[in-house]
Design a protein around this ligand. Structure first.
Ligand SMILES: CSC[C@H]1O[C@H](OP(=O)(O)O)[C@H](O)[C@@H]1O
Ligand SMILES: Nc1ncnc2[nH]cnc12
Length: 316
């Protein structure tokens, strides 16, 4: 195959983040591979730009090309910032999850609407620090408009054996070890539907970056609360591989739908525009702003604090 260009002209609005067992997106026309440098470093892997129905789509492998980054090592800030820098405003994020409920069977899909944070504060979780403070709303961590589109695509594939659950609470644990039985039962008592190690800080950062973010979970096990076998990696990969046909069908159906003109506003994240930038402009007063914090935010939202020469007079 000839080498692909390392630049792509024109914005890419839609990105798919692939998780465990979804390191590539095959069956699309590759047009470029880009690797933007952000203030937080490079993304976990070069971003593949693919064409689908003549619409460019970005694909990023969360754990790296070779699954070399553990959940706590994934550079989510670089991932989200890099995607935003190429124009992405919609992220469809895949995740392999353990089921915490009997009715969510291995190989079922879940479009979650809530998250319980069980990470331990070891992952960098915000873009807003170092002289620029920001607080965004996170009551509903996913995007209900996008969730509706994804759910409908899933239900339309019921004949192919896709079982879709339209709601659910993801417990995002720290890992990389799986839960104890006591923890697994505790999460069930809290109303958790599924468990993973990847929803956070990815979802928080996407919200800070004013992006549409929706996770699609595929259950790969019953964690360890169930009377069947306890989860292990072989079980997760086994179910992912066995159900990869349905995962691919679902991705294609979602992309088919999102490429339609009727979803142009949604895909561009118009309903999130200004939610972060409006607040950032008044939160930290000019006198207290730090160069690093402002420059970081300028990478995400170029021009927010004015032309670059005006940024020089701030606190180091
Ligand atoms: C290999 S089992 C645990 C691993 O799988 C999930 O990955 P992802 O969400 O990226 O699909 C889970 O979050 C853990 O990182
Ligand atoms: N049981 C489980 N716990 C955490 N993350 C997972 N990913 C897949 N299965 C999981």
């Amino acid at each position: 195959m000839p080498e692909l260009p390392t630049h792509f002209h024109g914005p890419v609005r839609i990105a798919v983040i692939g998780g465990t067992g979804l390191q590539k997106l095959e069956g699309y026309h590759p047009v470029a591979i880009v690797n933007p440098l952000t203030p937080w470093g490079h993304p976990s892997a070069p971003i593949h730009i693919l064409k689908h129905n003549d619409v460019p789509i970005a694909f990023l492998s969360r754990h790296g090309q070779y699954h070399q980054y553990a959940p706590h090592e994934v550079n989510s800030r670089a991932n989200i910032a890099a995607l935003r820098s190429i124009g992405v405003r919609t992220v469809i994020a895949f995740s392999a999850v353990g089921s915490l409920q009997e009715e969510i069977r291995p190989r079922d899909f879940v479009v979650p609407d809530q998250i319980i944070d069980r990470t331990k504060g070891v992952r960098p979780f915000t873009f807003f620090e170092k002289g620029l403070v920001g607080h965004v709303g996170f009551a509903d961590p996913f995007d209900s408009k996008m969730a509706k589109v994804v759910s409908e695509c899933g239900h339309a594939l019921a004949g192919d054996g896709v079982r879709m659950h339209d709601k659910g609470t993801v417990v995002c644990m720290e890992g990389p070890q799986f839960s104890t039985r006591a923890e697994s039962n505790l999460y069930r008592s809290w109303g958790g539907s599924v468990i993973n190690m990847s929803a956070l800080p990815e979802a928080k950062l996407a919200r800070e970056a004013e992006m549409v973010y929706q996770m699609i979970c595929m259950a790969t096990d019953y964690d360890c609360w169930h009377s069947t076998e306890d989860v292990d990696v072989a079980m997760v990969i086994g179910h992912m591989e066995a159900n990869s046909g349905n995962a691919k069908r679902l991705v294609r159906a979602v992309l088919d739908e999102l490429c339609k003109e009727e979803h142009a506003e949604l895909v561009r994240g118009k309903h999130w525009e200004g939610q972060t930038t409006g607040m950032l402009q008044f939160m930290t007063k000019k006198e207290g702003r730090g160069v690093v914090g402002v420059n970081n935010v300028e990478f995400l939202f170029p021009g927010l604090f004015g032309p670059p020469e005006k940024l020089g007079s701030m606190n180091e």
